[in-house]
Write a protein of this length. Structure first.
Length: 502
């Protein structure tokens, strides 16, 4: 720890001791604020400030956290912050009385108080509450960071989101936007007849995606279980069961790396519609993105990290093979064997991760990752993916080596994944077998055999379109956030040793 940090820590400890001494004195006087169970607030600061004419000279009761305070002898000003706004209060000894005013002067920045008084404007035209009564509702025993000048250290902000929300108002607003985005997605889907459902988080196998799962143990059953890595298979079981349109907005968990785009748990939207295909899912994706931007931000033209992006419908649509050809001049329609594709990869210095992936389809995917993905700034649907990397998608009629699958890319990142769902149980069984073989060869992300899902397909899954959207990335896009941690209230963080001694 640096000398400055030691001094700062010492100062904080001294301040915390002073605040605890104040609390102890209040408790000895029978005025313990932590014994208060309820406070009858009549209005928020936002309501008062947006409707001043209605509240002028009227009595109100507000409550919030002290964020500023100016003591001026027999009269003082303080500013409190509540759920939606801040508001100033004028506090004087003449209104409160000597004892109550003396107590008010001992209140600290960060304390939560209630104020009853009438609404007025000061000489500087600031809407304020002229206090008749002030009540200490909660004692803040730890000072706010940097004496409320701001909490800037990203690591500390993510670890102490509660403090971040207090001292950085723009952070709070971004999470209000997050909530509105999720509500708007629900509204769009419900307008279209989709039914929201809930499926298990704990499963006996991992399935529905290629990812490394988290494993836990169920004591009563004495079996290992997996936190879901996707929502897909259970939702498609519901289509088999007779629902035409279903969706789920929920957390999924993947035991993989962490970076600005990945958190071990994240929110995913998955939806499925009977009698539709991946073209319908493209249209729906455009609508979800464009309508949500318009409804929440008032425009479909956004700025993301310095890049102007237009989300209005009419997005570019291109096959994966054509996108590689457009970027490199290499045409995989003319490369027909695994051997040719692997030789080309070696020639271009593209490393193939393991022997099980030395196929034409895997090489196509690697070329796309290397040369194309980061160049896709404006919204783009890349479709017709190789069958080797699409174990749950229906094969293209014209080329059985490809599947009716697309991903959507914006600002060089993938935001959604969709299929014309594979509903042939025999084909699905064979693809699951290949996933099992890859898993047995050491691929921890490969899927498992799901016998019950095969059973469901044998009952009969109608032609179905399915779509998954990474909700956190979508929120990053609309809030101009560079890191997924800025889109999550409580991102996963590595623990640190931090003891609080009282």
């Amino acid at each position: 720890m640096s000398e400055n940090n030691k001094i700062e820590e010492l100062d904080i400890n001294q301040l915390m001791k002073i605040r605890r001494d104040k609390l102890k004195e209040l408790q000895q006087q029978g005025k313990d604020p932590f014994e208060i169970t309820k406070f009858n607030r009549t209005n928020t600061a936002g309501e008062i400030k947006s409707n001043y004419e209605k509240f002028e000279q009227k009595d109100v009761t507000v409550a919030g956290r002290i964020i500023a305070k100016r003591i001026m002898g027999k009269a003082s000003f303080c500013t409190i912050l509540d759920c939606d706004e801040k508001i100033q209060s004028y506090v004087s000894i003449n209104d409160l009385g000597e004892e109550s005013y003396k107590a008010f002067k001992t209140f600290d920045i960060g304390d939560i108080i209630g104020i009853t008084g009438f609404v007025f404007k000061t000489r500087t035209e600031e809407i304020s509450v002229h206090a008749k009564e002030v009540t200490l509702l909660s004692k803040s025993l730890r000072p706010l960071p940097e004496k409320f000048h701001g909490l800037k250290d990203p690591d500390l902000r993510y670890r102490q989101r509660y403090t971040d929300l207090i001292v950085n108002p723009e952070v709070k607003e971004s999470f209000v936007i997050r909530s509105k985005i999720i509500s708007n997605i629900r509204k769009i889907l419900e307008e279209k007849g989709y039914l929201e459902v809930e499926t298990p988080i704990l499963n006996t196998i991992s399935g529905g995606a290629t990812a490394k799962p988290f494993i836990t143990h169920h004591n009563a059953l004495n079996i290992d279980m997996y936190l879901r890595i996707a929502l897909e298979l259970n939702l498609k079981r519901l289509i088999v069961g007779g629902f035409d349109k279903v969706y789920e907005l929920g957390r999924v968990f993947r035991n993989e790396g962490m970076d600005i785009r990945h958190n071990p748990e994240f929110t995913e939207l998955e939806l499925y519609a009977a009698y539709q295909d991946y073209n319908d899912m493209m249209d729906l994706t455009e609508e979800i993105f464009s309508r949500t931007a318009k409804d929440i931000l008032g425009t479909t033209k956004i700025n993301y990290q310095g890049q102007e992006i237009e989300l209005a419908p009419g997005w570019k649509r291109i096959t994966m093979i054509d996108s590689i050809k457009e970027a490199t001049g290499i045409d995989f329609n003319k490369i027909n064997t695994d051997e040719e594709a692997v030789a080309l990869a070696k020639e271009k210095g593209i490393e193939i991760p393991d022997k099980t992936k030395e196929t034409r389809g895997d090489v196509i995917s690697l070329f796309f990752d290397e040369y194309v993905e980061e160049t896709l700034i404006q919204p783009t649907f890349v479709y017709d993916y190789p069958v080797e990397i699409s174990p749950l998608a229906k094969k293209c009629v014209k080329d059985k080596r490809l599947t009716e699958r697309f991903e959507v890319f914006i600002a060089g990142r993938e935001y959604g994944n969709a299929f014309s769902e594979l509903n042939d149980p025999i084909d699905q069984y064979e693809r699951f077998k290949k996933q099992v073989e890859a898993r047995e060869a050491g691929d921890e992300e490969a899927g498992m055999m799901d016998e019950d899902y095969i059973n469901a397909l044998e009952i009969g899954l109608p032609p179905t379109g399915g779509l998954g959207i990474g909700v956190d990335r979508f929120i990053m896009l609309l809030t101009n956030s560079s890191s997924i941690r800025d889109a999550l209230l409580f991102p996963t963080m590595k623990p640190i040793n931090n003891t609080n001694e009282f």
